[in-house]
Design a protein around this ligand. Sequence first.
Ligand SMILES: [Zn+2]
Length: 404
Amino acid sequence: MKKTTPSSLTLAVLFALAGCAAPGGAPVDDKVDNNHRRLLTLDAHLDTPVHFGRAGWDFGGRHDPAVEVAQVDLGRMREGSLDGGFFAIFTDQGPLTPEGYAAARAHALARSQLIDTTLARHADRIGVATTAAEARRLDAAGKLVAFKSIENSYPLGDGAAAMATLADFQRQGVRLVGIVHSKNNQFADSSTDKPAWNGLSPLGRDWVREMNRLGMVIDASHASDATVDQMLALSASPLLLSHSNSRTSFDHPRNIDDARIRKIAAGGGAICASTIYLSELKMGPLRAALFDRLEHIGTLAPLDQAALSRDWLALDLVEPLWQTSFEQYIASLKHLIAVAGIDHVCMGADFDGGGGLAGLDNVAQLPRITERLKADGMSDADLAKLWSGNLLRVLEAAEKGGSL
Ligand SMILES: [Zn+2]
């Protein structure tokens, strides 16, 4: 929700002043657009920090999706009225060894600081939040909202030091932490690996208790079914799945079955609808090589960044990562709402982490979702829950459960 609701004309002037091209895609009806703009809209999983270190790339700009791989920037957040979300410290997994942990920890700390310095550069437009109340205050003041999150707890390392490092990240402002990514780690089994711990490891059980004590939200996206079950049983606070869908919509281990969705909802948690794994993943050798380059885009010279964007977008034309249509995405979102209930669904598209689909390929297009749901008769109150109310409630529950 914004205090001021800029008209299309004002926006056009703003884009012109910023040297921006006109927004791409079909224009959204003004009335619906205003509906969307009145909402506080948050995305639970933004991988955009992968772009923060790029030489010559400005998070404050509005990049043209026709030539640019990044899907989120302040210009397009304004255009699509995305008011903020959780910016992820993602760490790719190396060996589960002291050397591997040390390298990963250094990476995660550097990424955390990079998020801080990038946000500080744009402090007039986006503020850092560590509580639900702070997010609402920032929004009321007309500012965008940035939370910090961790995807993959691998960089926390092993033993008692892991818990100290987790507390250290909490002090740095992190409020949402994913236990695992696509491979098993020292804490838990991943949904896309063979069981090693049959759920949580003993250290993973400590991790759950420490997350509760620190008042942080447990992110169960990427966790195996057994890991989810054990976290549900052990955690004093509700679980969040920051970017997942139902297996009924697309049967893949990265998605979650409806019985578990109901259990997470019954525990007060929420599932944030994603744009990924709603169709078969097309990960040929070309795309895999591009993903590797993308993970290190912050180290590339501007010309090499442009070449990567060009190669990525050229491959999108002949072999898109996903074949999902916008209507399939809407059907999946509606299924989540039918199963979990409107109080237990949130948004987490996985932009800049492999998310996006035709018609929803960057944040500028988010008003289409509101437009489509309004056309289906969804009330403004329910839209408010979906776009941020449920996510902030889960955060508040973790804050209250904490004992700091
Ligand atoms: Zn992910």
